[in-house]
Design a protein around this ligand. Structure first.
Ligand SMILES: [Zn+2]
Length: 481
C-alpha cells in the first residue's frame, strides 16, 4: 500500500484551512457506511475533540455534541441510503459548541469512540449505530438448516475425538435403534468475504483503483455463481461498502453455519512488477514463506485502519476463538482448506499467472475458523498496472469468480457433507453392489447390522457414523463379518 500520496493530500488540505478555524475544533468531513446491522458515521476532525452522544425520543433522534467545534462539512451531500438515518442537521450550541442531530427511522444502540490519526486518516470521531436484533447479513440462513449443520459439526467433532480417544469415547451401542430420518438435502453454504471495505480501502493501484471495490465486485459475481448452482448457497460477509472486523467476519460465517469461507483480496507491492494470483490457508505453526508472513501482517492490520481493533470492538470473540482453536477439528479443517486451496489454485492457473505455485500458509486472523475450511485468495497485484486494469474488467472479474467456484465445487462434489443435496445425489447415482446397502424409510442401524450379520460398532466404523443419525437414501458400506 502506498500512503505517501494520502499524506500529501492531507497536508495540502490542512494548509487550506483558514488560521482562525484551526483554534476551535472543526468537522472537516463526514463519512457514512451502511451495513445491514449497523451504520457507522465518521467525523473527520481537525483536532482531537470530545463528544457526548445520547438518544432522544418523540421523534426518535440521536444527538452528538462536540465541544468547541464548528461544522465545515457539507451535510446535504451525505448519502444516507441504507442507513437508519433519515436526516442529519447541525447547529451552534452554547456559543461555540456544535450539535449534530440525526433523525432516526428505527431504534439504535449507539456507541462512540475517538481515533488518533493513522496512515490514511487524521483525528476521527466514530459513532456506530447498532440495530438491536438485526442480522449482520442481508439474507441469513434458515434456522432448521442451521440446526442440521450444527448436528453435522457436532458429529464430526465427536468423530475426531473418538479417533483420538479410542474406545472410551466411542458411542453407546443402544443409539443404533433410531429410525432413518428423511434426507435434508441441505445446501452447502459458502461464506463469501470481500476483503476490507468502508474506511479501510485496502491496497490501491497506480491509477487509484481501491482493493475494497474490485474485491466486492468479484465477491458479488462469486455469489451469483454459487447461488446459481443447485445445492449451493452463498452468504455475503459484506455486500456493500462498509467495514467488518476481522474476527467478526469469521463469527458471521460460523453463525451462518458456513461449510466454507473464502476471503477475496488483491495484492500490492512497492514495485509495479509482481503479478499473478495466490491462495493462502491458515498456518498455526508459522508462515511457509517470508511473503506469506509479510502479507498476513499487512492484511491483519486492516482492523487498525477500519478502527475496530480488539480494544474497541464489543463484538470481539477472541477469547472464545482462542479456546476453540485448540479444538481437534482444526487439523481436519486445515486439511480441507489445503485440499480446496489446491483445486482453486489449479483453476486460477488456467485463467491467470500464478504468483505462487502452491497454497501458501500464514497466520491470517480472518482464516481462524476452527470448524470451517477457509481460504484467502489474492486475485492479483493491484500495484501492477496491467493487472489493475484486468481487476477492474468485468470479464476478468467473472472469470476469477468462475475459477474460484469451480475449484470449491469440485471439492464438494467429491466430499459432500452427509446431509447435503450433493451427498444425496451422489448416493442416488450409485448402483449399490453386494457389500452396500441403501437405507430405506423405517430402517434402524441395529436392524441393518443384524440383517447383514455384522456388529453395529463395525457398521458405524466402516461408514464413519457417529451418534445415531442415519438418513433415507444414504448408502452404507457393509464390512465383512
Ligand atoms: Zn487485502
Amino acid at each position: 500500500m502506498k500512503f505517501g500520496a494520502v499524506r500529501r493530500l492531507l497536508a495540502m488540505s490542512l494548509l487550506l484551512i483558514p488560521l482562525a478555524g484551526v483554534q476551535a475544533g472543526e468537522v472537516e468531513n463526514l463519512r457514512l457506511w451502511a451495513a445491514p446491522d449497523h451504520a457507522r458515521l465518521v467525523f473527520d476532525l481537525a483536532s482531537p475533540t470530545q463528544a457526548q452522544v445520547f438518544p432522544l425520543e418523540n421523534p426518535r433522534r440521536l444527538v452528538i455534541d462536540l465541544d468547541d467545534s464548528r461544522m465545515g462539512a457539507d451535510l446535504e451531500g451525505l448519502d444516507l441510503t441504507g442507513s437508519a438515518i433519515s436526516r442529519i442537521r447541525s447547529g451552534v450550541r452554547e456559543g461555540s459548541d456544535l450539535r449534530v442531530v440525526l433523525d432516526l427511522e428505527r431504534e439504535v444502540a449507539p456507541r462512540h469512540f475517538v481515533l488518533a490519526p493513522n496512515d490514511q486518516y487524521g483525528h476521527r470521531l466514530v459513532v456506530d449505530l447498532e440495530y438491536p436484533g438485526a442480522s449482520a447479513v442481508e439474507d441469513p440462513i434458515d434456522p432448521i438448516e442451521a440446526m442440521i449443520r450444527e448436528q453435522e459439526i457436532a458429529a464430526k467433532r465427536a468423530q475426531a475425538q473418538a479417533d483420538l480417544g479410542g474406545a472410551a469415547a466411542a458411542p453407546e451401542p443402544e443409539t443404533a435403534v433410531q429410525r432413518a430420518q428423511p434426507h435434508p438435502k441441505r445446501d452447502i453454504i459458502i461464506a463469501v468475504d470481500a476483503g476490507h471495505g468502508g474506511e479501510d480501502p485496502g491496497a490501491s493501484g497506480p491509477s487509484g483503483t481501491n482493493e475494497k471495490d474490485v474485491v466486492l465486485q468479484i465477491a458479488k459475481r462469486l455469489q451469483q455463481q454459487v447461488d446459481a448452482a443447485k445445492g449451493f448457497r452463498a452468504v455475503m460477509i459484506r455486500d456493500s461498502d462498509y467495514y467488518v472486523g476481522l474476527r467478526q467476519r469469521t463469527q458471521i460465517a460460523r453463525e451462518q453455519k458456513a461449510d466454507f469461507f473464502v476471503s477475496i483480496h488483491a495484492d500490492a507491492f512497492n514495485s509495479p512488477r509482481p503479478s499473478g494470483s495466490s491462495v493462502y490457508a491458515l498456518s498455526q505453526r508459522g508462515a511457509t514463506s517470508e511473503t506469506a508472513q509479510w502479507l498476513a501482517e499487512t492484511e491483519n492490520q486492516a482492523d487498525l485502519i477500519g478502527g475496530v481493533d480488539g480494544n474497541l470492538s464489543l463484538k470481539d470473540k477472541d477469547e472464545v476463538l482462542r479456546g476453540v482453536l485448540l479444538d481437534l477439528t482444526m487439523t481436519a479443517t486445515l486439511n480441507d482448506s489445503l485440499s480446496i486451496g489446491g483445486q482453486v489454485l489449479d483453476r486460477l492457473g488456467r485463467i491467470n499467472r500464478l504468483h505462487k505455485p502452491r497454497v501458501e500458509q500464514a497466520g491470517f486472523v480472518v482464516l481462524k475458523s476452527p470448524d470451517i475450511p477457509s481460504l484467502l485468495v489474492e486475485t492479483g497485484f493491484i500495484s501492477n498496472p496491467g493487472e489493475e486494469r484486468r481487476l477492474r474488467d468485468p470479464g476478468h472479474q467473472e472469470k476469477m469468480a468462475r475459477a474460484i467456484f469451480a475449484g470449491l465445487e469440485e471439492h464438494f462434489r467429491i466430499n459432500p457433507p452427509p446431509a447435503s443435496l450433493l451427498a444425496w445425489q451422489r448416493d442416488n447415482r450409485r448402483s449399490t453392489a453386494g457389500n452396500e446397502y441403501r437405507i430405506r424409510p423405517g430402517d434402524t442401524l441395529s436392524e441393518i447390522a443384524t440383517r447383514h450379520n455384522v456388529p453395529v460398532r463395525r457398521l458405524k466404523q466402516a461408514n464413519e457414523i457417529n451418534g445415531d443419525v442415519i438418513r433415507v437414501g444414504q448408502v452404507l458400506r457393509i464390512p465383512r463379518s
